[in-house]
Design a protein around this ligand. Structure first.
Ligand SMILES: [Zn+2]
Length: 460
């Protein structure tokens, strides 16, 4: 099968130029001007931008959490991702106490298989850092799982102690893997939460106050310090604050391989959203929490300067009615933590970041596609437009204007945190390994067409 994309402006992390792209089967076969191909399906991209399909390295589909399960599964979640221009995701397989990493992976593979419409990989979250797990980490790397996650928060469930953190980092350093860190000090958070609830401070706003930026900075700095001793790279997920960013910047300035992502919610929403009247603030309860507005400019600057490398989503949707309000109306600590975002990432980063003047279009592509592929071991198979790369392509209409609304998005959740936000730019056509899966408002993909993304060693 041949597809010829003509006259588009190709934009990668480094270049911008007008050329045609010939796709043969699932790969990019040729890039050049005035290409012709007998019998090819032709897509006219004149006036459009052609980007590598975007990559979201932080999603949660079908995640059991805080007494319920995320409202998107791998089918609805990846369809929503595709509509938003994302053609690969990395989700998290979570190891329970006493489980092997393989058991965790098998569980999540079964959730994705037959459902995902785009390619998917997994980070394995280590919950029980035993000697057996230490050995098994190498098997995971051999099988294409080249990153692991550790939670320094959620005391009593997902949180690991300092010993486990250090052991996992040291092992990752030996086997060429990346450790992803949820950086919040769970012990301190646990005390603050209990004190606030006991004092009757139970509304969603107190969720933010119970997890101040200092606890994020402390855990981030601790993970970075341990990584330095362990001689391992480290990647801080969903970084939210100037405080934590300073720790990452200091490490990077010293030449340490420390990396971090932030997410649109930390760039565009703030602690004020959690003060919305009634129970509305619950829509914005996530961890780490939303911050005071002034942090936003610091994060945007970090993306522009290179101190932050990636924008992911931490998509973890729970319905406002029936999930957010299940146990939490009288106690913020029982509100499922998380918010939707897998579909709205590019709209927001393009409109507010690139058009907003924070960085250029190449950096936009870098942040949402190229850096994720490089840091997680699948560049240049994905994350760029090059001969031989997978034909995951996003043909983007830079002039289309619309208003974000739950009514028109595809995420399976009953609200949109950005309801009413006006954005410019929209996917016109999305291809996953050479097949058109989204055309305007039509979904043309197929559940189960997404393949497991076997990743190689990290590249930076
Ligand atoms: Zn997450």
């Amino acid at each position: 099968m041949k597809t010829l994309i003509t006259n588009g402006t190709i934009v990668t992390a480094t270049d911008t130029y007008v050329a045609d792209i010939l796709v043969v089967d699932d790969k990019i076969a040729l890039i050049g001007q005035g290409l012709a191909a007998e019998g090819a399906q032709v897509i006219d991209a004149k006036g459009k931008r052609v980007y590598p399909g975007a990559i979201d390295v932080h999603t949660h589909f079908d995640l059991p959490f805080m007494g319920t399960v995320c409202s998107d599964d791998f089918e609805t979640g990846t369809i929503a991702a595709a509509f938003g221009g994302t053609t690969s995701i990395i989700d998290f397989a979570i190891q329970g106490k006493g489980q092997s990493l393989q058991q965790a992976l098998d569980t999540w593979m079964a959730k994705a298989r037959g459902k995902a419409v785009i390619d998917y990989g997994f980070h394995v979250a280590i919950g029980d850092m035993t000697e057996a797990v230490n050995a098994e980490m190498a098997d995971m790397v051999a099988g294409g799982i080249t990153s692991f996650k550790l939670f320094l928060a959620y005391k009593g469930s997902l949180m690991v102690d300092d010993g486990a953190l250090f052991k996992a980092l040291r092992r990752a350093g030996q086997i060429g893997a990346m450790i992803c860190i949820h950086g919040e000090n769970g012990d301190v958070v646990d005390i603050l939460v209990k004190e606030m609830v006991a004092a009757g401070k139970t509304t969603p706003y107190y969720h933010c106050l119970s997890r101040p930026p200092e606890v994020e900075a402390e855990a981030t700095g601790r993970a970075i310090a341990f990584a330095e001793i362990a001689e391992a790279p480290v990647y801080i997920v969903h970084l939210t604050s100037a405080h934590a960013l300073a720790r990452v910047k200091e490490a990077r300035d010293n030449g340490q391989p420390a990396f971090a992502e932030t997410c649109p919610q930390y760039l565009l929403l703030s602690i004020d959203n959690c003060k919305e009247p009634g129970f509305e603030g619950a829509k914005y309860v996530m961890s780490p929490p939303l911050r005071e507005k002034w942090h936003q400019d610091v994060l945007w600057s970090g993306l522009a300067s290179g101190d932050l490398q990636v924008v992911s989503t931490d998509h973890a949707p729970f319905n406002f009615k029936g999930q957010k309000d299940m146990f939490g109306t009288g106690d913020f600590s029982k509100i499922p933590n998380g918010a939707p975002g897998v579909e709205t990432r590019l709209y927001l980063v393009y409109s507010k970041g690139f058009l907003g003047g924070w960085f250029d279009e190449n950096r936009f592509v870098d942040l949402v596609a190229t850096q994720p592929a490089k840091l997680f071991g699948f560049f240049p198979r994905k994350g760029t437009i090059a001969v031989g790369s997978d034909a995951d392509l996003l043909i983007w209409d830079p002039k289309a204007k619309h208003t974000l609304s739950q009514a028109t998005l595809h995420q399976r959740v009953d609200y949109c945190p950005y309801e009413g936000t006006k954005v410019t730019g929209k996917p016109a056509v999305v291809l996953s390994r050479g097949k058109v899966i989204v055309e305007g408002d039509k979904f043309l993909g197929k559940p189960g067409a997404g393949q497991f993304l076997k990743r190689g060693q990290v590249w930076f």
